[in-house]
Design a protein around this ligand. Structure first.
Ligand SMILES: C[S@@+](CC[C@H](N)C(=O)[O-])C[C@H]1O[C@@H](n2cnc3c(N)ncnc32)[C@H](O)[C@@H]1O
Length: 222
């Protein structure tokens, strides 16, 4: 299934002001908290694929923690922004890819990263199945999604208000994930969930890591 234009066009239209808008909406604290968690998830030997990298803010956080990063997005405007931001890193490539159907061979990457992607796509299980395909056996998926889940009612309302002020309407298919929902989706796509956190002093983020599991049939074949 290819990504519907709805899913990425909305973001392309917001690419030019994405970084400042995102910071205004979510606040600087959660960004710092995500970074602290994210940099612990990778090894210096890792070949990493990032799906839905947007303008490259989170790619930049991990670029010097990994061996190689392929940062991808389907919106051309976001790819352009990310290329500019990440040009300083010799180990980073930025390219246009559809997270439902990428151009990479099976068993290519040690880890797949997706930040704020899963909660805006129509078919999150399909996106994770594609991630699983391109991961090496034993590879990991690293998922981060900002969420209103677990926030006090008034803070959640304020988050929604800031969102509407900057981006005027919700993204198509956008939802607030609870940690258990992400676990279920990851398991359905064939991952063993290894870590599950709801982080954030103010704005929250669900942070999940999953390991590619092999079915018994596949294990017998290998
Ligand atoms: C909420 S933004 C997150 C961007 C970035 N990861 C961040 O957190 O700042 C979601 C991104 O997913 C991209 N996207 C949406 N549908 C996609 C698809 N089918 N394939 C690849 N990227 C997609 C959008 O273009 C957008 O850049």
């Amino acid at each position: 299934m290819p990504g519907s234009e709805k899913e990425y066009k909305y973001w392309g239209e917001r690419a030019s002001t994405h970084d400042n808008d995102y910071l205004y909406i979510t606040g600087p604290t959660i960004n710092r908290e995500i970074k602290e968690w994210l940099i612990l998830q990778f090894e210096v030997t890792d070949m990493v694929l990032e799906l839905g990298c947007g303008s490259g803010g989170f790619s930049e956080m991990i670029a010097d923690k990994v061996k190689h990063l392929t940062a991808t997005d389907l919106a051309p405007e976001m790819v352009g922004k990310a290329k500019g931001k990440l040009s300083q890193f010799g180990n980073v490539e930025v390219q246009k890819e559809d997270c439902y159907n990428t151009s990479f061979k099976d068993n290519t990457f040690d880890a797949v990263l997706m930040v704020n992607l899963l909660h805006i796509v129509k078919e999150p299980v399909t996106v994770l199945e594609e991630s699983r395909r391109v991961l090496k056996d034993d590879g990991r998926v690293v998922i981060v999604d900002v969420t209103g889940c677990g926030m006090p009612f008034l803070s959640k309302m304020a988050l929604g208000f800031r969102y509407m002020k900057k981006w005027s309407r919700p993204a198509p298919y956008s939802r607030n994930f609870a940690p258990g929902e992400v676990t279920k989706i990851a398991q359905e796509a064939g991952f063993m969930v290894e870590e599950l956190n709801l982080i954030g002093k103010d704005t929250k983020a669900v942070c999940v890591t999953g390991r590619k599991t092999m079915s018994e049939d596949m294990q017998n074949e290998s």
